[in-house]
Design a protein around this ligand. Structure first.
Ligand SMILES: NC(=O)c1ccc[n+]([C@@H]2O[C@H](COP(=O)([O-])OP(=O)(O)OC[C@H]3O[C@@H](n4cnc5c(N)ncnc54)[C@H](O)[C@@H]3O)[C@@H](O)[C@H]2O)c1
Length: 359
């Protein structure tokens, strides 16, 4: 297999913003098939990619022998059936987050992909921010000392506009929890390890969005304990009026340990704030240039908006894992582990009790 033929399932926002430009940076990769339920979206993607297999039915993509890998970027409810069908046909799969609407389905996806021996990846895109990679390096190399506290805060202003499928629980599973907090749950796992138990609350303060019913959460907060003994506080909101949207708004992670504290923000791609025990406060710490791109990425970090371009390393990692016949850096197991936390948060918010996380 020299040329890797890709099938893109779901050709909406994130496929155009992240997946297509990422694949364009990979050598010997061709977008051979595209699928979207919306014929207009499909036609726009056909013109953009020149794909020859063009269909509204994902089965026509995953059953083809001349398609080797697929990227699933459809509404959340469709991820499990598409991914299961794709791995059953031996395709390598990158699936958008959240992997599923519940842990059982996410576990099923992880087990099926492992049994099929294909590469599987969850699109936790913010793991590719250079500053996050450097923070992970500092934590794992002992600079933090013993982890005490993990703290994340994601505040955006989405107002009361219509969010389409994202405001329907039957399509999205959850609102802010799966949409935004899932990434920060994954950060927590990545930096501090598994959570042991949690208590959470969710709020729907906008039951009507853009004139249509919204039955998902706009705000979520989790208080957690990790297996290592550290504590976690995670908050995420779509209703932080005036904060703006996307990466221009607050996306803050702070981790405090016995030796040091570090602060990460997606908006500062090549800088952390750092302070040592007994020091006078947090000071800027530049991210060394070897962290500016993902290992194996040929992307020039000087090209494009650095707050956008790091996202392209995600597709590069997926392609490299396929070529090198190794596990992806972020697997379906990571997606399932985040899903277990999301399920526990929903459970806790409805029962108003702490919830233990099983292994
Ligand atoms: N990793 C990230 O940072 C990130 C960012 C944004 C979105 N996402 C995730 O990506 C996924 C898609 O989000 P989006 O913003 O691109 O949504 P979108 O609504 O812009 O695009 C989804 C597309 O899927 C199509 N679709 C719906 N059902 C389908 C089906 N059964 N078969 C084929 N196509 C179908 C729709 O017509 C639409 O074009 C979601 O799971 C979302 O959570 C991840």
């Amino acid at each position: 297999m020299s040329t890797l033929n890709f099938g893109l399932i779901g050709c909406g926002g994130i496929t155009l913003q992240n997946h297509l430009p990422g694949l364009a940076l990979c050598g010997d990769v061709r977008v051979h098939g595209i699928c979207d339920a919306n014929p207009e979206t499909l036609e726009r993607a056909r013109q953009q990619t020149g794909a020859t297999v063009v269909t509204t039915d994902y089965r026509e993509i995953v059953r083809r022998e001349d398609i080797h890998a697929v990227i699933i970027a459809t509404p959340n409810v469709t991820h499990p059936p598409i991914a299961l069908e794709a791995v059953a046909h031996g395709k390598h799969v990158m699936c958008e987050k959240p992997l599923a609407l519940n842990r059982a389905d996410a576990d099923r996806m992880a087990a099926a992909a492992a049994a099929a021996g294909v590469r599987h990846m969850t699109a936790f895109t913010y793991r590719f921010v250079p500053a996050m990679r450097y923070l992970h390096h500092l934590v794992k190399s002992g600079d933090l000392g013993r982890p005490y506290h993990y703290r994340s805060c994601r505040l955006q202003d989405w107002g009361t506009r219509n969010l389409g499928w994202r405001q329907q629980r039957s399509m999205a599973g959850t609102g802010e929890l799966g949409d935004m907090l899932s990434h920060r749950i994954d950060f927590a796992h990545h930096l501090v390890g598994p959570m042991r138990r949690l208590v959470a609350n969710v709020k729907n303060l906008t039951p009507i969005r853009g004139g249509q019913p919204n039955d998902t959460d706009d705000w979520v907060a989790i208080l957690s304990e990790f297996d290592c003994g550290a504590s976690g506080v995670l908050e995420s909101s779509k209703l932080a009026s005036g904060r703006n949207e996307s990466w221009r708004s607050l996306d803050y992670v702070e981790i405090n340990g016995s030796e040091a504290s570090f602060e990460f923000s997606t908006g500062r791609w090549n800088e952390l704030l750092a302070g040592r025990l007994g020091g006078s406060g947090l000071q800027p710490l530049s991210v060394p240039s070897e962290f500016w791109t993902w290992p194996g990425s040929m992307r020039d970090p000087a090209v494009g908006d650095p707050l956008v371009a790091f996202r392209y390393d995600q597709a590069i990692e997926f392609v490299n894992a396929i070529r090198e016949q190794r596990e992806c850096a972020i697997t379906f197991r990571d997606g399932a582990r985040a899903q277990a936390v999301m399920d526990a948060a929903v459970d806790s918010a409805s029962t108003r009790k702490w919830v233990d996380l099983a292994d």
